[in-house]
Design a protein around this ligand. Sequence first.
Ligand SMILES: Cc1cc2nc3c(=O)[nH]c(=O)nc-3n(C[C@H](O)[C@H](O)[C@H](O)COP(=O)(O)O)c2cc1C
Length: 202
Amino acid sequence: MIYLMQSQNHKNVEKPKFISQKIYKFLLGFLLMGKKVLLIFGSSRSNGTTKFIVNELFKNREVEFIDLLEQDISYFDYEHANSNDDFLQIAEKMVGYQDLIFVTPVYWFSMSAVMKNFFDRLTDLLQIRKDLGRKLKDKNTYFIASGTDKKLPTGFQVPFVRTSKHFEMNFRGFFYHYVMEEKKFNENCREEARKFVELIYP
Ligand SMILES: Cc1cc2nc3c(=O)[nH]c(=O)nc-3n(C[C@H](O)[C@H](O)[C@H](O)COP(=O)(O)O)c2cc1C
């Protein structure tokens, strides 16, 4: 069971011969329904539009949630004098999940400063905690973004895709919600939202 849940791609898990295809599919579906994902949330407000969208997306799912705004995470420090702040604890938590979803509003055509600060600190995992950095290998990554423009700015995906690649994680996709009204789900994005959730919970 643990293997199934931690498996990268459940389609590669071989069906044991002693159970029928039908029962196997049912069991697999059941296990993946309860699969836990980690949402790493980086908005400048804990209960704004981006949070509203996330709640809507995962309202029937069990997800773990870290609000970076509530954490003590200082800027990247070349001397690592900040190694006792909350960053490394979060990194330790990350390695326990197969699916990591970064959530950010679009602020000035880019990820939020709160999220960018977190991304800068990933450098610690290449320097003082290489053990943790190596454990990120083969995780699945995604991002969710919300902004008022109809489309994501050009290049917005780049840090998510390239950072994932750097740590040998698999970037699997994103969901962009464009906001028509604050704290209201834009129905024009409903189909994309459905596809995104299905990507995580096939
Ligand atoms: C500082 C700031 C900069 C923003 N820059 C952009 C932008 O470049 N493109 C965009 O589409 N929306 C932009 N927005 C709108 C937000 O992305 C949008 O309102 C988002 O849903 C806010 O989420 P929040 O409530 O979690 O902060 C900006 C908002 C703020 C406060």
